[in-house]
Design a protein around this ligand. Structure first.
Ligand code: AMP
Ligand code: MG
Length: 353
């Protein structure tokens, strides 16, 4: 074959390959049902709903047509699915599962997204003095067993699990990671959702939306502002024990809530939080809810989990030292009464209390 012939054959092969990739991605995108409709009473604004990360997702954006809104939502959905695929602890070939399986033996290659989330997790680990620690997973397993057996773990079992926990022994390289001790595991359940929210909001904005939000399970990231409005208004969850439902008025930012009433569990007669203190090995006992406002949802998500561990005194002192971060913490006293604790600037967001 002449050079020119070979070139033409190569070009043809590349075109076929590209066509196949495009077709495959179209097929992939179209397989997923996506409910997109114009928001009632707000022409030009659209809302998409689907289920991801075991919860409800809502995307809101302005768009010139339903068709454009549909393709913007599909692109954002693809980003969320990517986070699920890489960071799920259940999917056997996710980055997290591979790291957990192989990380004790040597470096495991990880995607740029997972590396980014691990680095962010490290920052929040540092800020919270270890209260937020994605290597808490051996403790998760311990308490999962307790839930099954109906008996809390004894102190020897807690000690054994604690010996395999510690972010400082997760060794991060340029594009991979490994564990510094045998039996370590990570769980990104306290941060991956926030990251997915940030990616989805960013994707909508890149797709052309000037204002909107991404909401995964009640955690949100707002961008821009609807014309004529100076704030976004959002209701956060009302934990049992608090009579009012807090209504917040926010500039474009992220807001997330960690609450034990939503995802806690029972062992025997006692109700336990799904957030575990990596310093004691025991579930958090007296902080039923933490709402964090921060510039991005990755930070807000991880901080809310870490602040629940830190409790009101250390938690609020930390938040007051961070620019652009505010928090509302509900604390249960020995008698079961709930009190509300706010960081210095949180009252500015409260519309009704
Ligand atoms: P959230 O509902 O955002 O507070 O996240 C809670 C999730 O974070 C749990 O379901 C666990 O997956 C994870 N988690 C629990 N305790 C910790 C901890 N101390 N550090 C980091 N992640 C944690
Ligand atoms: Mg969290």
């Amino acid at each position: 074959m002449t050079d020119r012939g070979r070139l033409a054959a190569n070009a043809l092969a590349v075109s076929f390959l590209l066509a196949a990739v495009v077709l495959a991605s179209l097929r992939h995108a179209s397989r997923e049902p996506l409910d997109v409709r114009e928001t009632a009473g707000e022409p030009g604004r659209y809302e998409a709903r689907f289920t991801a990360m075991s919860t409800d997702v809502r995307l809101s954006m302005n768009a010139p047509s339903l068709g454009r809104a549909r393709s913007m939502a599909a692109a954002a959905l693809a980003r969320v699915r990517e986070v699920e695929r890489l960071m799920s602890a259940y999917a056997p070939d996710s980055d997290v599962s591979r790291l957990n399986r192989l990380g004790g033996r040597g470096d495991v290659a990880l995607s740029a997204q997972t590396m980014h989330v691990l680095q962010r997790a490290g920052e929040v680990h540092g800020l919270t003095h270890g209260a937020f620690d994605v290597t808490y997973a051996p403790l998760r397993d311990l308490w999962r067993d307790a839930r099954q057996s109906g008996r809390p773990p004894d102190s020897a079992a807690v000690r054994e699990a604690l010996a395999r926990v510690g972010f400082e022994r997760l060794i991060l390289g340029a594009d991979g990671a490994r564990f510094g001790a045998v039996g370590m595991e990570v769980d990104l359940g306290g941060i991956a959702k926030g990251y997915a929210i940030d990616l989805a909001a960013e994707s909508l904005r890149r797709g052309g939306a000037t204002h909107g939000f991404a909401d995964i399970g009640g955690d949100l990231r707002f961008f821009g502002l609807p014309p004529g409005r100076s704030r976004w208004r959002v209701e956060v969850y009302r934990p049992p024990g608090l009579t009012e439902r807090p209504l917040l008025s926010l500039h474009p930012c992220a807001v997330t809530t960690s609450g034990d009433y939503a995802r806690g569990f029972r062992v025997g007669d006692e109700w336990y939080s799904h957030i575990i203190d990596p310093r004691t090995g025991r579930p958090v006992g007296d902080v039923p809810s933490v709402t964090v406002v921060a510039p991005d949802a990755t930070t807000a998500d991880a901080l809310a989990t870490g602040l629940a561990v830190l409790g009101p005194e250390d938690g609020l002192a930390l938040v007051d030292s961070l620019a652009g971060v505010e928090c509302m913490m509900l604390v249960r006293d020995a008698g079961g009464r709930i009190s509300k604790h706010l960081s210095g600037g949180f009252h500015r967001f409260l519309e009704s209390q």
